[in-house]
Design a protein around this ligand. Structure first.
Ligand code: PLP
Length: 325
C-alpha cells in the first residue's frame, strides 16, 4: 500500500520527535519558550483551572512560525529558490531563514498589506511582489512554472506542521498530562501540529480546543461540513484569517481536536490589553486562546490543568495605542 506523504497517516510520533530534534538543532536559533503558571503573573485568574501560558510571543522572529520554517528549510534548502504567499508572521520567518541559509526567496503579498511588512521582508534580502488579493495564487503559480521556484505553504505543509509539533512536545515536558490545551487556529497548521504531538504522545484524555475569530471561522465550518472549506474572512487577528482551512491541518484536527470555539474581535482586543497590562506584548492573533479561556468559551475547566498558547507578539506601538485600556 502506498501512503500519501501529505496525509495524516504519515504523521507518527517518531516523525514528530525527529522534527523536534531538527528544530532544536536548527541554526535559526529556535528557542524552548518559557511556560509559566498564570498565578505567577498579575493576570486575572479565571475559570478555576490551573492555567499555564506558553510564551511563544518570545520566540525568535516573534512567533511560533519559525519552528515549522526551521524544519522546512532543513529539509529542502539545498539549491532552493522558494516562493511563498504571506504578509504576516510566516513571511517574516521565511525571510529570516532565507537570509540565514543564503537561499533566494520571494514573498507574494496582497497590496493591502502594510508597507512596513514589505520593507521588513526586503531587509532580509528577499524579493516582494505586491498584487491584488485575487491574483495571489496566479502569481505564485507563475513563479513555480516560469521561474522554477518551489512553493512553500504557510500552513498546509507536512514539514511545517511537524516542526510546529515541537511546541506540543515541549509543553508535555512541563505539564506531562494536561487536561486541556487551547490553541488559536488560522489555516490550522499550529493547532494540527500541537494536537498531533499531544495525542500521539499518549495523552488520550487531553481535550484540545482550537480557537478562531467569529469572522474567520474556516476550521469551525470545515468541522460542520466535514471537509476543508473557505469563506470571506474578516478579523482584527489577520494571522487567523486566511481564506481557507488547510487540507492536512483539517485531517489532523478532525482526528485530534475536541472542538473549535469562537471569539469576537472585541474579546480579542480586550485580551491584547489585559496581557499588555501584565507586561506581555501579544498580537491579536496570538491572544485568541487566552480570550477564549477568560470569556468562558472552554467547558469544564474547574480544577483542571490547562495550557494556553500565546502564539505571537508582533504588534507595533501604533496598533497597540488603538486598543481599549
Ligand atoms: C501569531 C499567530 N498565531 C496563529 C497563527 C495561525 O497559524 P495557522 O495558520 O498555522 O493556524 C498565525 C498565522 O499567521 C499567527 O501569525
Amino acid at each position: 500500500m502506498t501512503m500519501d506523504p501529505a496525509s495524516a497517516d504519515a504523521i507518527t510520533l517518531a516523525l514528530l520527535r525527529e522534527a523536534r530534534e531538527t528544530v532544536r538543532r536548527s541554526p535559526l536559533g529556535v528557542i524552548n519558550t518559557p511556560m509559566i503558571p498564570l498565578d505567577q503573573t498579575t493576570l486575572p485568574a479565571s475559570a478555576g483551572g490551573r492555567i499555564h501560558i506558553k510564551l511563544e510571543n518570545m520566540q525568535t522572529t516573534g512567533s511560533f512560525k519559525i519552528r515549522g520554517v526551521a524544519n522546512q528549510f532543513a529539509r529542502r534548502q539545498r539549491g532552493g529558490h522558494f516562493v511563498t504567499m504571506s504578509a504576516g508572521n510566516y513571511g517574516k520567518s521565511f525571510a529570516f531563514a532565507s537570509k540565514h541559509y543564503g537561499t533566494q526567496g520571494k514573498v507574494v503579498m496582497p497590496e493591502t498589506a502594510p508597507e512596513s511588512r514589505s520593507v521588513l521582508i526586503q531587509s532580509f534580502g528577499v524579493q516582494v511582489e505586491r498584487v491584488p488579493t485575487s491574483r495571489l495564487m496566479d502569481v505564485v503559480d507563475r513563479c513555480v512554472q516560469e521561474d522554477n521556484m518551489t512553493f512553500l505553504h504557510s500552513y498546509d505543509d507536512l514539514d511545517l506542521i511537524t516542526g510546529h509539533a515541537s511546541l506540543g512536545l515541549e509543553v508535555l515536558e512541563v505539564v506531562p498530562r494536561p487536561d486541556v490545551v487551547v490553541v488559536c487556529c488560522g489555516g490550522g497548521g499550529l493547532l494540527a501540529g500541537v494536537a498531533a504531538a499531544i495525542k500521539l504522545s499518549g495523552c488520550d484524555e487531553t481535550r484540545i480546543y482550537g480557537v478562531e475569530p467569529e469572522g474567520a471561522c474556516t476550521m469551525y465550518r470545515s468541522f460542520i461540513e466535514q471537509k476543508p472549506v473557505g469563506m470571506d474572512t474578516r478579523s482584527i487577528a489577520s494571522g487567523l484569517a486566511p481564506p481557507f482551512a488547510g487540507k492536512l491541518p483539517y485531517e489532523l484536527c478532525r482526528r485530534h481536536v475536541e472542538a473549535i470555539v469562537l471569539v469576537s474581535d472585541g474579546e480579542i482586543r480586550a485580551a491584547v490589553s489585559v496581557l499588555y497590562g501584565a507586561g506581555l506584548v501579544v498580537e491579536p492573533s496570538g491572544c485568541a486562546a487566552f480570550a477564549a479561556i477568560v470569556n468562558n468559551k472552554i467547558p469544564d475547566l474547574q480544577g483542571k490543568s490547562v495550557v494556553c498558547v500565546l502564539s505571537g507578539g508582533n504588534i507595533g506601538k501604533d496598533e497597540l495605542a488603538n486598543f481599549p485600556d
